[in-house]
Design a protein around this ligand. Structure first.
Ligand SMILES: [Zn+2]
Length: 360
């Protein structure tokens, strides 16, 4: 499972449902299932002496709640869950935060943007995609057959996968320190995969709770959505990786939201930056002639994209095209179908980084 030389995964076997693996004194690694290709999320329980602090919660489903019930009466028994820390707003992380708040009377700690996004999206239940989403898909050049199909289906809804979130949370922000699991942790905020994503860096030993900001062996999805069609999450991501690399050490054990705990953070952060730089360079060559986001999967993913991955691939393609456009490396125009086509400004062999071209 190595992501490359210098990246080590000390545990090859994840905890079974309802079980825990102690990855450091007072830090338990737990897993919950997800109903998708990426079929699991990691969560952590930190022993505070008189109670537990959980880091992330899993998606809200009957199955996840049943697993939590067996964790609470199994490896976590004897102490209440007093706090739930959530790294970012996505349903696999925030899903059961409201359940812990309302059913288990725990305090929720997260970033302000994560809380606002999660609460906004759970309240914004949609039976059919709204016109803004259809327009966003059209501009992205979504395959017309898929667009027609999706226009007539219930879309992905936060409310289906996230327990209702009661009012009230405690804000985490850049520069905060937090006690949990008998350690002091510095809060560092990342962006790109999700806005205002919290990571936690132990001052007292070599542990990092990384959420989805730094994952081994898979790359976090960087997506643009109808909520903010001009966003440039790739720039946000590159800035975050560069900044977090300044905190990274080879001895740190990174505990992420998916896959296995690993060491080798400096190398992994360098890889994450390089992977996107490489993808941008391939994409720039690909749009020597005008292309929509929907026609840009090949250079970005280097494999064929199935129906199940189509949505994630499309938002990631828009993200990379927006980045080239914002950096002045591509121009864009609306074609006759109402889709944005992007064209590289100039193609000099071996050119790297942003140019000073004139954006459209
Ligand atoms: Zn995740």
């Amino acid at each position: 499972m190595d992501g490359g030389a210098g990246i080590r995964t000390p545990w090859d076997t994840p905890p079974a449902p309802g079980e825990a693996v102690e990855v450091a004194e007072g830090v338990l690694w737990l897993r919950l299932p997800l109903p998708m290709a990426l079929d699991h999320v990691n969560v952590y329980a930190l022993d505070d002496g008189d109670g537990w602090t959980l880091v992330d919660t899993g998606m809200s489903s009957r199955k996840s709640r049943a697993i939590w019930d067996s964790l609470l009466s199994g490896p976590l028994r004897g102490k209440p869950v007093r706090r739930v820390v959530v790294t970012h707003h996505h349903p696999d992380h925030m899903g059961l935060a409201g359940w812990f708040q309302s059913v288990h009377v725990a305090e929720l700690l997260t970033t302000r943007t994560a809380w606002l996004f999660a609460r906004m999206l759970t309240l914004d239940e949609q039976d059919r995609p709204p016109p803004e989403t259809l327009e966003f898909w059209r501009r992205a050049g979504m395959d017309p057959e898929i667009l027609a199909e999706r226009a007539d289906e219930r879309p992905f809804n936060f409310a289906d996968m996230v327990w209702p979130m009661p009012l009230g949370f405690t804000r985490l922000q850049q520069g905060d320190t937090l006690e949990m699991g008998g350690r002091r942790w510095d809060v560092h905020i990342g962006h790109g995969h999700a806005p205002e994503h919290a990571t936690f860096w132990s001052r007292d030993d070599a542990l990092v709770l990384a959420g989805d900001q730094i994952l081994p062996s898979i790359s976090s999805n960087l997506g643009v959505y109808a909520t903010e069609p001009e966003a440039d999450p790739v720039a946000d991501w590159l800035e975050s990786c560069t900044r977090l690399a300044g905190l990274a050490r080879d001895d740190q054990l990174a505990l992420g939201g998916h896959k296995l705990p690993f060491t080798g953070l400096p190398l992994r952060l360098a890889q994450l930056i390089e992977n996107h730089r490489g993808a941008l360079a391939r994409l720039e060559r690909h749009i020597a002639t005008p292309k929509t986001a929907g026609a840009c999967f090949a250079p970005l993913f280097k494999r064929s994209i199935g129906r199940a991955e189509y949505g994630l691939a499309l938002v990631e393609a828009v993200a990379h095209l927006n980045h080239l456009h914002r950096a002045g490396r591509a121009t864009r125009h609306l074609n006759r179908d109402g889709a944005l086509e992007f064209t590289a400004c100039r193609m000099a062999a071996g050119r790297e980084g942003g140019g000073d071209g004139v954006p459209s």
